[in-house]
Design a protein around this ligand. Structure first.
Ligand code: SER
Length: 926
């Protein structure tokens, strides 16, 4: 065991200690959940996904309370019992609560961690939770009471009193803090928040010389969620007083295992051990190595869990965060642990092993996840190769201008052109003594994002407070759209430009409308919202409101509307709400087909296929799933054929409402962002497809008619997308293909059945012609070389014994032909020697050509010049490097190529300059 992994307090036998031996990380998790479940009657819930199900204010779940925000806000109903406990997967890598910079440099910060929590929804409050918390840490965990301190919010007298009088914490170990430390939340820019009280553990009770902050480590945060903070920063009271507590699993495990930091607990140390084995470096050997080992170990867990929850590396949103974290880990590994090859993927088995019991999915998906990581690592190594030169130039340039700050535009260029995450550029820059103009970078980013923003507007409605208020005042909308497409309803609320209004008028005014009862399906589960109309008899000509889209805020259904006819709608009006049946039917058959494609993929490729997302609407469907390679033609055919067979068999829809546990037991497939809820809807067809789903579906599979897969592509490393169309759209797709075939047959003037033969014949003919052309070209080149040598001969050049430096650009000559010319030159010159003993043949030649947009070079150097130090291999290499390529070969003969043909002339000039100015050449000339 290395020095720094020693138990922190093992030398201090007089200090009270918990009993380290009984506490694995898993045991701590279980003890917490069991205490609240068994002793305090909480419902135990599984962790929600790291990807928030319905909260656009954050990219990743930063706290245990996040899944319950809609309950705290009153958007979703309070569950029974109104108290739950969970161990929630959390990430703190972006936004205001990012801990990224602290990871590895403090004893307990992480990008990914688990948060143990218990929650009261308007149920128990301070009087209960304070003594419970004390009982749990002292009795259940066995932490010595004399090492515990507590902090309370400055004005929270009640908590102060409870700690002092009811629990009996001595006053000298209770201290008051302000908003910075003892007021928690909201988790994003807006949301629920409240004052808190924290339990701290004294890490160094026998070192009175340390300050309180140095000695204490916060282990449990008890938040009294009483307020809602809006976009202006105003606090308003929530309907209920709630409790939200959070105890970092890694931290409390570190305390119980008496380790110096969380990385040494059994929740992380196996990863460090694996890194030691892979890299040959040892934990404890030096500060930078330790920091790197910790950062990589931390990031490995983040990467594993983000992937498990369906995040895939990309350049946006949470995909970007994942990419950035993975790349950051790779860079630390390269810089401090000596890795030159991909290594992160080799940590996956260890991470999966740590969570074998609690997160078995990690073990099941270990292979494909490791594959995705490997691919992303390889991609990053390429990025580094490409971008490093540009970064170097930028650093040089910055230095030349006497600056130490890298401009925002340059940082953006590295990001945009080379895929350098800004955090990576920052890391490198800091190592080289530079800083970044982050504000400038963000301005450049904003510029680019500007366009994309309008398309995201739709999402904003979900977080809009005005709809939460409406929900609170008018209650849920009753959705009747599974059974009917039209319903008589009453207008309950109207919203114009984010303001609640009593009536709407004006023809081009978009507005939102909430009804008491609605057949409109609101966008969710990948299915687009319904379109249709609201009709009423109002006025002389009646009224038609066009419903362009339907969205959801909690259980409130919001219709996006415009007037078509008539121009006034009031709260209280009664309307006939009619869904556009044709588009709804198309959405339904595409949605059902998505389930069938999912089931077929699992049959054809195996049960490890898991859904990563989907999007279905009247125009078609796409289904995203995790899989590590492209599908073969035959696999795609099998999937399509299987689905078509099921459609023909025409099974009837079976619909069931079950508890989540029952549904899972029945083998229903659940999506990664499955939300908590007591009852789930299960949609099944014919024994081959059974999924949790709230979408609309066909009654019988035959209604789908036909499915046609249109494409299969990669959308990210390890994630594939299948796009397809059904019903009449599929039929039309086939008709289009047929028409195209007919056109092709017409163009080639053969009946359609002979089309393939004809194409084959044409191809052969083309090949023949190409060969003829090449032969012709070869002849011509021969002639060129011969003519040129003839001139030299006539001018008596070979008797002057001067060296020849011959650089020529034969544009649009194939590389083969170029080579032939060089060979011809070589052999013709040799002939000169053979026939004329007085002649001297000393030459250095470099031929170039731009062919198919690439640069090609061939060089020939005579033996005599090789003896003078010239090398054909060096010459082509020099030229090719200037054209973004590389190459080499023998001293007498070499070939090379480059990507950038526009630089050929410049490259020839540069190489010629070098040859002519070289001492060897000047000597040979003399
Ligand atoms: N929400 C609080 C925190 O994250 C307590 O769970 O610390």
């Amino acid at each position: 065991m290395s020095q720094s992994q020693s138990n922190v307090q093992s030398m201090q036998s007089t200090v009270a200690q918990p009993n380290a031996s009984q506490w694995s990380g898993a045991a701590v998790r279980e003890a917490f959940l069991r205490y609240f479940e068994a002793k305090r009657s909480h419902k135990r819930l599984p962790s929600a996904s790291l990807v928030p199900a319905n909260n656009p204010t954050v990219l990743l779940t930063p706290a245990g309370m996040l899944p319950f925000v809609p309950i705290f806000l009153g958007i979703e109903p309070t569950p029974t019992p109104p108290r739950v406990t969970s161990s929630q997967k959390c990430a703190r890598v972006s936004g205001k609560a990012s801990d990224l910079e602290s990871v590895g440099r403090t004893r307990c910060h992480h990008t990914f961690f688990e948060m143990l929590g218990n929650f009261s929804f308007g149920d128990y409050f301070k009087t209960e939770i304070i003594p419970w918390a004390w009982e749990f840490v002292t009795q259940e965990l066995g932490l010595p009471a004399e090492r515990l301190w507590v902090s309370v919010f400055r004005e929270d007298e009640e908590s102060y009193r409870l700690w002092k009088e009811q629990v009996g914490v001595p006053e000298e170990r209770i201290f008051r803090c302000d908003e910075k430390d003892n007021f928690w939340g909201p988790p994003g820019p807006t949301g629920p928040c409240g004052p808190c009280t924290e339990i701290h553990y004294d890490m160094y009770p026998d070192r009175p010389e340390l300050t309180r902050d140095e000695r204490l480590m916060e282990i449990w945060n008890l938040v009294f969620m009483e307020f809602f903070k809006d976009a202006e920063g105003q606090l308003s009271p929530l309907e209920h007083k709630n409790v939200d507590t959070g105890m970092g699993l890694e931290r409390i495990t570190m305390v119980l295992q008496q380790k110096a930091n969380t990385f040494e607990t059994d929740l992380l140390f196996p990863i460090i051990r694996q890194l030691e084995t892979l890299s040959g470096f040892t934990y404890g050997q030096s500060e930078p190595v330790d920091v790197a080992l910790k950062i990589v170990a931390d990031h490995a867990r983040f990467v594993a869990f983000a992937l498990m929850d369906g995040v895939r590396p990309s350049n946006e949103g949470r995909g970007y965060i994942l990419r950035m974290i993975l790349r950051r880990a790779v860079r630390y590994g390269r810089r401090f642990l000596g890795f030159t090859q991909p290594f992160m993927h080799q940590l996956m088995p260890v991470v999966a092993g740590i969570y074998r019991e609690h997160y078995p999915t990690l073990t099941v998906q270990q292979e494909p996840l490791a594959q995705s990581i490997l691919q992303e690592e390889q991609r990053f190594l390429e990025t580094l190769d490409r971008g490093s030169k540009s970064l170097e130039e930028i650093l040089q340039k910055t230095k030349q201008f006497g600056k130490t700050e890298i401009s925002g535009d340059d940082v953006f260029k590295l990001y945009d052109t080379y895929g350098f995450p800004v955090e990576l550029t920052a890391d490198i820059a800091v190592e080289e003594g530079f800083t970044l103009d982050i504000a400038g970078f963000e301005a450049a980013m904003d510029n680019q994002r500007h366009q994309a923003r309008s398309s995201r507007k739709a999402a904003a409605i979900v977080s809009d407070q005005v709809f939460s208020d409406i929900l609170a005042s008018v209650g849920e909308s009753r959705f009747v759209g599974y059974e009917t497409l039209s319903a008589q309803a009453t207008v309950m609320a109207l919203v114009v430009d984010g303001e609640r209004v009593a009536s709407v008028s004006g023809t081009n005014q978009p507005f939102q409308c909430v009804l008491d009862v609605t057949p409109f399906y609101a966008e969710s589960g990948g299915q687009v919202g319904d379109r249709g109309a609201l009709l009423s008899e109002n006025g002389p000509n009646g009224l038609t409101v066009v419903v362009k889209n339907t969205q959801k805020v909690g259980q409130l259904v919001v219709h996006d509307c415009l007037f078509d006819q008539g121009a006034c709608l009031k709260v209280g009006d009664s309307v006939l709400a009619e869904v556009e049946a044709s588009t709804r039917q198309l959405s339904a058959l595409h949605h059902t087909s998505t389930h069938l494609v999912h089931a077929a993929l699992r049959q054809v490729l195996g049960p490890e296929v898991s859904q990563a997302g989907s999007s279905v609407g009247p125009e078609g469907a796409r289904f995203d799933f995790s899989f590590n390679r492209g599908l073969t033609e035959s696999e795609l055919l099998q999937v399509e054929a299987l689905v078509n067979r099921w459609i023909l068999e025409n099974s009837v829809r079976e619909e069931q409402y079950l508890s989540l546990e029952e549904a899972k037991k029945a083998g229903a497939i659940a999506m990664f962002d499955e939300k908590y809820g007591d009852v789930v809807r299960v949609i099944a067809y014919g024994g081959f497809s059974k999924e949790l789903c709230g979408g609309t579906h066909v009654d019988q599979l035959g209604q789908i008619g036909l499915i046609k897969i249109v494409s299969e592509t990669a959308i990210a490393a390890g994630t594939r997308r299948i796009e397809f169309v059904c019903g009449e759209l599929a039929y039309r797709q086939f008709k289009r293909l047929e028409a195209r075939l007919e056109q092709a047959a017409l163009l080639l003037k053969v009946p359609e059945k002979d089309l393939l033969d004809k194409i084959q014949r044409l191809q052969e003919e083309l090949k023949l012609r190409e060969r003829q052309l090449e032969a012709l070209e070869a002849q011509q080149s021969m002639q060129t070389i011969r003519a040129w040598l003839g001139e030299l001969k006539e001018s008596g050049y070979f008797q002057q014994k001067k060296p020849i430096c011959l650089l020529k650009n034969f544009s649009n000559t194939s590389p083969d032909n170029l080579k032939r010319m060089a060979e011809a030159l070589e052999s013709e010159l040799k002939k000169v020697l053979a026939f004329d003993s007085s002649a001297s043949v000393r030459f250095v030649a470099l031929f170039a050509s731009a062919y198919e947009e690439k640069a090609h070079f061939v060089s020939v150097v005579s033996d005599s010049m090789v003896a003078q130090g010239f090398r054909a291999g060096d010459l082509v290499k020099q030229a090719a490097l200037l054209c973004q390529g590389n190459g080499g070969g023998r001293p007498q003969f070499a070939q090379a190529g480059g990507k950038d043909a526009s630089q050929i002339e410049a490259a020839l000039l540069a190489v010629e300059g070098r040859i002519r100015q070289s001492e060897a050449f000047l000597e040979a000339l003399a």
